[in-house]
Design a protein around this ligand. Structure first.
Ligand SMILES: [Zn+2]
Length: 81
């Protein structure tokens, strides 16, 4: 009975990663999330809109006083430098 030999070949490439500033990049968007109940504003390219959502949300829920800002920023990666 022969021995079974397993070999794994791992190939390491040099990857570069950076924020995507190309003209066809997805837009950066902002949203706000209530840290009390998890309710989240619609994402917007204008950060003022989620802030207005917060003012309405805490107006309806006076005990909800903490929020998270969620920023979605496009990135791109490629092999090489
Ligand atoms: Zn809330």
């Amino acid at each position: 009975m022969g021995n079974v030999i397993l070999r794994a070949v791992l190939c390491f490439e040099t990857w570069t990663l950076e924020p995507d500033r190309e003209p066809d990049a997805e837009p950066t968007t902002y949203a706000m999330q209530c840290a009390v109940d998890g309710d989240t504003s619609p994402p917007s390219q204008d950060f003022a809109e989620p802030q207005e959502w917060v003012l309405k949300h805490c107006g309806k829920n006076p005990s909800h006083g903490t929020y998270r800002e969620i920023i979605t920023r496009p990135w791109r990666s490629w092999i090489g430098t």
